[in-house]
Design a protein around this ligand. Structure first.
Ligand code: CUK
Ligand code: CUA
Length: 634
């Protein structure tokens, strides 16, 4: 927003309203706006923005019709989706189906979504944990959100201009992709993700119980093509991951340094590791052809195990089964969270080159190990030198000073803990606004609590999780909102709204339905106007348009046993006029947004009359937007 003082006098026009005019209507906000340094005249848009900002700052409430300051991208856990939450209102704005199937939009049912899901098109569930946005030079760039599916070892990409999943990849040779982050600098060329479970390699039934054949890998995906770039064999099981702000290093928390196969064996050691990867060294080796492959897969694999003594990895011992790993927004530190130890370990990133050069030992990179409380899982930062760590067992967030923790480690007597706040209950991830980028602004913190217990009306044996919003802008953390959510946000990120620029309607050349458009061309059909049935053997393609409140076709005939594909192109250009196409008794449902083409294929396996209709309320005559499919007994 521009201060109106900066604008030349002659820009004054009728649409400008004096700030004084609004004072009566909203004195409190206007007073705060005055405090923010606005003066003179503003356009109504400027005023509305300022008012919503002021209200967000002063009361954390976002009134009806006002916009949130942040887009929150929430993982849906084993619901398999991503949710967009407005922050600070905590209103759910949208759900983006990813690894699940979706009745409203037809995700998982339409041909376009099946093509995107590719080799996993027939898998209908997933376990989404870590949504992270692409970056340029350590700032969110608003292009993509990446998310993992632990359950089926997949990674998906969401395009933020349309807020739809546009790519999906099953990561080969590993099992259970868990931790996921992006390369922050110079830009998100790579998506980093951890294979968590160790499996026999090759996993073809040969060596079910031979521990020497088990390993897992760190996986690097090309963010633009969404194809595998390379994989790194590691010791232990990989949990979470994060990247640095130079582009050279990434790191994963790693448990099971025992290399056990059974669960009990994996928890014996007092220390596990933070594995650090030298991405540049690995890239160089891959470029030089110094890699192997596994089975039929062509993905370059390098060996980063300890026994390989490579330049690809270093294993920094940290206390017991570390879980979260978080990079401080000043780029100085990795913080590994102890989980089974009450401590977190601070590693100075500047020391890593010396470690890789063999000039210092692994533990020499550790500059702090503050004791915070029981069950530290994840840490977030406010950009003012404070860190916030979730304590799962204590049901608290510990706020602590990073520099004080480092001084204490050197032997100074200093209390690095600033505050502990009760949360309700058992927090997993937490996140600050913009906190995983250079732009950490220290306004809000989210605590994703795994249990809600008594916080809400009982919903029976299954209770919601509780996402709590905490104001961290002052010197103390203040709990300001309880937000029930369904299973199960593991992680989230909060992006200032200025970073995200969604489209209002689809463009006709969108790659998401490009294949469908190509097929129409082959069929000689102009999607933007023609309504036509094309038959090839028992394959029937029904092309129709939609424009509120009509389909371009009120009926079509097929024969019993035909494979029917219905292709609908929505000719409406009006923002928010979404149509749908559903066919009774056939499990057929899909969204058709303005200017979008969607298609779905099903079998006409019953003779008779079947009504199709638009299920997206679009017009006063929405109920009349329907037609008949006549299935003839051949
Ligand atoms: S994990 Cu769930 S609380 Cu999958 Cu990032 Cu830590
Ligand atoms: Cu079109 Cu409802």
């Amino acid at each position: 927003m521009k201060d109106s003082k900066d604008k030349p006098e002659n820009e004054e026009n009728k649409s400008k309203v004096s700030r004084r005019g609004f004072l009566g209507a909203s004195a409190a906000s206007a007073a705060t706006i005055a405090g923010l340094g606005f003066s003179g005249v503003m356009t109504p848009t400027e005023f509305a923005e300022a008012a919503s900002k002021a209200r967000a700052n002063s009361h954390h409430t976002v009134g009806p019709g006002e916009l949130d300051e942040y887009y929150g991208f929430w993982s849906g856990g084993h619901s398999g989706e991503v949710r967009i939450i407005g922050v600070p209102s905590m209103r759910e704005l949208m759900r983006i189906p990813v690894f699940n199937i979706d009745s409203a939009t037809g995700w998982g049912l339409t041909n376009e979504s099946k093509l995107i899901k590719g080799d996993s098109a027939d898998i209908l569930c997933g376990d989404a944990h870590h949504p992270h946005m692409s970056m340029t030079d350590g700032h969110y760039d608003g292009k993509y959100v990446f998310i993992n599916d632990k359950l089926n070892t997949r990674v998906a990409r969401i395009r933020c201009d349309v807020m739809k999943t546009d790519k999906m990849l099953t990561v080969p040779n590993v099992q259970a992709i868990h931790g996921l982050r992006v390369q922050k600098v110079p830009h998100t060329k790579y998506v980093y993700c951890n294979g968590e479970f160790r499996i026999p390699q090759p996993n073809d039934g040969r060596d079910l119980n031979d521990p020497t054949k088990y390993f897992t890998m760190f996986n690097v995906i090309d963010a633009e093509s969404m194809e595998m770039a390379f994989q790194v064999i590691v010791d232990g099981n990989l949990d979470n991951t994060d990247a640095d702000y130079t582009g050279r290093f990434a790191a994963s928390t790693c448990y099971n340094s025992e290399e056990g196969v059974t669960l009990a064996e994996t928890m014996r050691n007092e220390r596990d590791w933070l594995v650090v990867y030298d991405i540049h060294a690995i890239e160089k080796a891959v470029k030089a052809g110094k890699f192997t492959t596994i089975g039929d897969s062509k993905v370059p694999v390098v060996d980063g195990r300890k026994k390989a003594k490579s330049q690809f990895t270093r294993y920094i011992p940290v206390p017991k089964s570390p879980h979260g790993i978080n990079t401080s927004p000043d780029g100085k530190y990795f913080v590994a969270n102890g989980k089974l130890s009450p401590t977190v370990t601070i590693i100075e990133i500047d020391k890593l080159s010396a470690l890789f050069a063999g000039k210092i030992k692994e533990r020499d990179t550790v500059v702090g190990e503050p004791e915070l409380g029981l069950g530290p899982l994840h840490t977030a930062f406010d950009g003012r030198g404070n860190a916030y760590t979730t304590l799962f067992i204590d049901s608290q967030i510990a706020k602590w000073s990073v520099e004080d923790a480092i001084r204490s480690y050197k032997g100074e007597k200093v209390n690095y803990i600033k505050q502990k706040l009760d949360v309700h209950y058992q927090p997993g991830h937490n996140h600050t606004t913009m906190g995983e980028t250079r732009d950490a602004d220290g306004k809000y913190l989210i605590s994703l609590c795994k249990f809600s217990k008594d916080r809400f009306l009982s919903t029976g044996p299954l209770k919601p999780e509780n996402d709590q919003l905490i104001d961290i802008s002052g010197s103390e953390m203040k709990l300001i909102h309880d937000g029930p959510t369904f299973a199960e946000p593991h992680d989230c990120m909060m992006v200032h709204r200025s970073k995200v620029k969604p489209k209002k309607i689809w463009t006709r050349d969108d790659p998401i339905f490009a294949e469908t458009v190509k097929q129409a061309k082959k069929d000689g059909v102009t999607l933007e106007g023609e309504n036509k049935v094309i038959r090839k053997g028992n394959k029937v393609r029904v092309y129709m348009t939609s424009i509120a409140p009509n389909f371009g076709m009120s009926e079509f005939n097929v024969k019993l046993g035909d494979e029917v594909t219905v292709i609908v192109t929505n000719l409406d250009r009006v923002e928010d006029v979404t149509h749908g196409f559903v066919m009774t008794q056939h499990g057929v449902s899909m969204e058709v947004g303005p200017q979008q083409t969607s298609s779905i294929t099903f079998k006409a396996d019953k003779p008779g009359v079947f009504w199709f209709y638009c299920h997206w309320f679009c017009h006063a005559l929405h109920m009349e937007m329907r037609g008949r499919m006549l299935v003839e007994k051949s």
